[in-house]
Structure formats: C-alpha cells, structure tokens
Design a protein around this ligand. Structure first.
Ligand code: SF4
Length: 364
C-alpha cells in the first residue's frame, strides 16, 4: 500500500520534532511512571471512550486494589465492577479480567510481547496491542485509534473516511512508515499527546504545533476539514420509569441486571420501559411495575428525571419513590438493602444519579 505525501516529509526530522516536544511537554500521568505492561494495559483499556481527567483517580484506585495480574485474576467480579463503577462500558473490565487469567494460565503471568499472541487476548484489539507493545516493550508497532487517525490524516492530508473500519489499515501503514525505531514508545505516546493537547478535533492549535512544518493539511489550509468522518446512525431514545421502592423497615429494593448485554451484572433499581402514550399516568406506570415485578407496590411522587447518553441510545428515566406493600422474597438477583449496604453494590451512573435524587428528596 502506497501512502501519499510521505515523500514530502523528512521522516527523521519529523520524529525528532515530535518526540522532543513530547519529552518537554508531556503531562504527568500515573501510568507513565513505569513501563509495566499490566499498568499500560489497564490505562489503555480505561482510556478507551473515557477522558484522561476522569481516568486518573480510577486508575490509581484500580492499581491499589489490584496491583498485579494475579490480584486481578483472583478478584471477585463484584469488586472489579465496583472499581469500574461510573466508568461505563463495563464489558471492558470483564474482558480485562478474562484476559489476565489467560495470561496467567498460558503465558506464565507475563503479558505476551508479540502481536499474534497479544491480540488473541480478550478485549485486546489492534490499538491496545500496539500501545502495550510499543510503550511497555519498545516495539515499533502502530497504535491507531480515532485520535491518532485524526492527527495522521492531517499531517499527511489523508482523505479516507475514518468511520470505515477498513481505513484503519491505511493509518496503521502510515504510522509504520513514520514511527521511530529508536524510541517507538515515545513516538506513539507523542502522537496521542499531540492529538489530545494540540491537534484537537475542532480547533487544532496549529500555531503552537511542533510538527507544523511537516503538516500537509496546514500547508493546504484544510486542517478543519480533516479527518473525514461520516455520521453514525442516529441514537435511539428509550423512556424508562424507575422507582426507589422501600419496605416497612426502610430497605431498598435492588436488582442485578442480566449477565449479558448492556451494563451486564451491574445493579439497578426496578424499572420498566414506557412505550405507551399513557406513560405519564401514574396508575398505568404502577400497573406496569406490579406486572413486571410480580408483587404489589404503591408508587409515590416523581422526584426527578435522569438522562443518560450511551454510544447508541439515550435513556430518559422518570424517577419515582414508592412502597412495597406485599411480602417479598430475596434471591441472587433481587435484594433488599439498607442505605449503608448500597455501598457494596456497583451501580451504573444513571442509577447513581437516581439514588442522589432520592437522598435529596429525603432532606426536603
Ligand atoms: S499543524 Fe495543525 S493540523 Fe497539522 S498536526 Fe499540527 S495542529 Fe494538527
């Protein structure tokens, strides 16, 4: 595959400009303190879909709770979900745990250092593999995500549609041509850092850019038109009613979500999807709850609304309080817990927000 515009770049000087800028300006991030492949791996999985500022405290706590591959392999699923609570995309941490178990069983506890072996691990795609191989093992492998595609599309003025999975190969090849073999770790991290700090999606700071002299998009004045990215399908809106249902002794009913699908195995408050035009009417909602839970409840007032945006859908949750008015049998998936016990269960962000509304309502 021929990558266009490469001949216009002096690759040695480009590498030098990029890496020396990175060494001067890089942010002090906890996963940059050493090159332990396990820590690089955890940080890269956390950073997928999540901002650096958000990840920092999660990363520190995760490494404190599970400092080694063995600790994570042996941990209870409830504890790893608790450590991930609020980060979203929970299959990431489940895959990470399966993968470290595999590392222990098959590779003697050492993260493999070949692209073939490492990409066989659950949840390790080409980007994460490239990041671990280059940052922890110093191998000249590309680590191409949306951020790096944006930067490279501008530097080389590449007009491939970055939303198409097939385009990734073009960008990987471009990085293979550009990457420093003396310091692949710094090179890949520098590209990521440039994308995060300077060559940002909507307002690239070209005047501050260390590689401006090499940048074809800047020379052509098209940096705002790149990268090409066709729009994804529209997101779906889901209207839910959820309730904090309390028994006579003030314990709250919680439910464990199914073991597959969205937010699998996390805990939630009882909820129903509202598909009917009568959705605003309390009797109707109460009836839905009674049917879906198979017991009698009495809904009280609405204490607020919660909106949560996932990558492909938006939840709009109408939040009720209510009482359980019949006997209720606890099981593995349904529990009654005190406010203090709630701490032990991992809830996704929309239900955490809902619980906050409940606590505020108690103070009113
Ligand atoms: S010059 Fe501008 S468009 Fe080019 S890499 Fe730098 S910030 Fe990005």
């Amino acid at each position: 595959m021929v990558i266009k515009n490469l001949e216009k770049i002096n690759i040695k000087i480009f590498q030098n400009d990029l890496i020396s800028w990175f060494k001067r300006e890089q942010r002090d991030l906890p996963w940059r303190k050493d090159q332990d492949p396990y820590k690089v791996w955890v940080s890269e999985i956390m950073l997928q879909q999540t901002r650096v500022d958000t990840v920092i405290p999660y990363f520190n706590r995760f490494i404190e709770w599970f400092p080694t591959i063995d600790d994570l392999a042996d941990a209870d699923e409830d504890k790893i979900l608790k450590a991930w609570e609020g980060l979203g995309y929970y299959s990431r941490v489940r895959n990470l745990q399966s993968a470290v178990k595999e590392v222990r069983a098959t590779y003697n506890g050492v993260v493999p250092d070949t692209p073939e072996e490492i990409t066989r691990l659950k949840g390790v795609g080409p980007y994460t593999a490239g990041a671990i191989l280059s940052i922890a093992y110093g191998l000249p492998e590309p680590a191409v995500d949306g951020n790096v595609m944006r930067v490279i599309s501008r530097i080389l003025s590449i007009w491939e549609d970055t939303a198409r999975p097939a385009s990734r190969k073009v960008f990987e090849q471009a990085v293979r041509e550009l990457i420093s073999h003396d310091d692949p770790s710094a090179f890949n991290q520098a590209l990521m850092e440039l994308g995060a700090l300077i060559c940002t999606p909507t307002s690239p700071a070209c005047l501050l850019c260390p590689v401006r002299e090499h940048c074809q998009a800047f020379e052509e004045g098209v940096q705002h038109e790149l990268p090409v990215k066709t729009k994804k399908n529209k997101t779906r809106n889901v209207q839910l009613a959820a309730a904090i249902l309390v028994d006579d002794s003030g314990r709250i009913m919680i439910h464990k979500r199914p073991s597959t699908g969205l937010l699998a195995n996390l805990w939630e408050f009882p909820n129903v999807e509202l598909k009917h035009p009568l959705e605003g009417e309390q009797d109707y909602v109460e009836q839905l709850f009674n049917t879906s839970l198979g017991l009698n409840i009495q809904l009280g007032r609405i204490i607020g609304q919660v909106e949560h945006v996932f990558s492909h859908l938006i939840w709009n949750i109408m939040v009720y309080i209510g009482k359980i008015t019949t006997e209720f049998e606890e099981g593995d998936e349904w529990k009654l817990v005190s406010v203090e016990e709630m701490e032990q269960y991992a809830f996704p962000v929309p239900y955490q927000k809902m619980f906050k509304l409940y606590q505020q309502s108690l103070e009113e």
